[in-house]
Design a protein around this ligand. Structure first.
Ligand SMILES: Nc1ncnc2c1ncn2[C@@H]1O[C@H](COP(=O)(O)OP(=O)(O)OP(=O)(O)O)[C@@H](O)[C@H]1O
Length: 429
């Protein structure tokens, strides 16, 4: 693209000069004018097609999904399909005009190349040339004119590519800035946390204990869009070995609290500080609905060592699902065929591989039985992870040192359980 961008002005200037040389100003001016008119007509014909295409894509996806949803969705599917067909018909009608426009532009362009040379010939400018020289001049001019039109088209195509690239660059720049500011914020959080701890009179040694991952001070949280109060004045320090379970009724703000911990939402008042990093050396988040990229099982678990993969899969209770040793071709590239429970097990296999210090589990075992949930939590603790989990089953409480109960409308209750023991894999709790 860069080479085209550099060369285009030169070829344009060269062929404009060549055209000017044989036809005078008439040639370049007519071609330029013709090109502008062609571009305007093209734009007018294109814009309704682009918007129709977007609408068509929007309609197509839910229509397909709804089609699979069975009889309950039959009526809705029918309506959407009708609307989809209607849009398709309108699209074809509009595209027809676009193709007519493009072809007419091409045909008229070649005629124009002869018209612009015909004028000086018939007005006697080339009266002294022989018929052979005249025919050579006409064919040379036709070539120059058509090439010139081609150059203009290329330049316009390039301008739209440059616009796209500028847009992407802008977005990537924004992303980079956001990541940088998040990094800065995290560093500030750490020093601020240290400073505020100093104010409490703990100066001298390292004020914020190294093993602290999250520090919440009189934090108030409301839903950003509605302002609905979820948690009021919560102070909490989450440190290694002190797993916290967040419980409460539906809609009381359990997931919202995890969003704040992960930096997705901001607290309304007070402060919340994450003093660790994302990833194996810090914190890993496991959502209720796991996300996997396309790729082999090895890529999902990200280990080059087959023995380790088998071990993680064994720990997650998944090994029978996969043929041993064939991790490159195993069907996680089709993870959509896995059941929700198998997906949750697979995300635990990944967690076991990463072995982070902290694991934030948002109902990460909701599709599994109590026994399997028990086993997975036990392995997490055995691998030395500190858990921050949201769950509904009371049987999960024994894996946590603290229970944070959210009552809604800002009310909460924090209770301490006895210290959780780390159990070796395979033993009961
Ligand atoms: N993205 C969002 N935009 C606006 N409101 C939201 C959003 N996500 C959640 N909420 C609202 O915030 C409130 C708390 O939601 P949250 O998901 O934290 O509840 P929860 O306690 O995790 O519930 P559950 O047990 O059902 O998962 C709810 O009233 C919900 O409607």
């Amino acid at each position: 693209m860069a080479s085209k961008l550099i060369i285009s002005p030169f070829t344009l200037a060269y062929y404009t000069y060549q055209c000017f040389h044989s036809t005078g100003w008439l040639g370049p001016v007519s071609i330029f004018g013709y090109f502008i008119i062609g571009t305007i007509v093209n734009k007018v014909l294109m814009s309704p097609i682009v918007s129709k295409l977007c609408f068509h894509c929007l309609l197509a996806a839910p229509a397909k999904a709804a089609f699979l949803a069975g009889r309950v969705e039959h009526m809705r599917t029918d309506r959407r399909l009708q609307s989809l067909l209607q849009t398709q018909r309108e699209l074809i009608g509009k595209e027809l005009w676009l193709y007519i426009g493009i072809n007419t532009f091409d045909y008229l362009g070649s005629i124009l190349s002869y018209v612009i040379i015909a004028i000086p010939i018939f007005s006697g400018v080339y009266g002294d040339l022989s018929p052979t020289e005249l025919s050579a001049l006409v064919s040379k001019n036709a070539f120059v004119s058509i090439y010139l039109i081609g150059c203009f088209s290329q330049l316009i195509d390039l301008s739209s590519t440059v616009t796209d690239v500028a847009g992407y660059t802008h977005r990537i720049g924004e992303l980079q800035e956001t990541l940088l500011s998040l990094g800065r914020k995290k560093n500030n959080n750490y020093s601020e946390a240290k400073a505020s701890w100093d104010l409490d009179g703990h100066s001298g040694e390292d004020p914020v204990p190294r093993d602290t991952a999250f520090l919440l001070e009189r934090m108030t949280l409301s839903v950003p869009s509605s302002g609905k109060l979820l948690i009021k004045d919560l102070s909490l320090r989450i440190s290694q070995g002190n797993s916290v379970m967040i419980v409460g009724n539906t809609g009381t703000g359990k997931t919202s609290l995890l969003r704040v911990l992960g930096g997705l939402w901001e607290s309304t008042q007070g402060s919340i500080k994450m003093l660790t990093c994302f990833g194996p050396r810090g914190v890993v988040f496991l959502p209720q609905r796991p996300f996997f990229t396309d790729g082999s099982l090895r890529e999902q678990v990200r280990s080059a060592d087959d023995e380790r993969i088998v071990r993680f899969l064994e720990l997650a209770g998944l090994v029978t699902l996969f043929i041993e040793g064939d991790f490159e071709s195993q069907p996680c590239c089709r993870y959509d065929i896995l059941s929700p429970g198998e997906m949750q097990r697979l995300s635990f296999a990944r967690l076991f591989y990463l072995q982070p210090k902290y694991a934030v589990l948002d109902e990460a075992t909701s599709a599994l039985t109590e026994e399997v949930e028990h086993e997975l939590y036990r392995v997490c603790l055995q691998l030395g992870m500190t858990l921050i989990s949201v769950g509904h089953r009371a049987s999960l409480e024994k894996f946590h040192s603290w229970i944070l109960k959210l009552h809604g409308e800002g009310r909460w209750e924090l209770t301490q359980r006895e210290k959780v023991k780390r159990l070796p894999v395979g033993e009961g709790c």
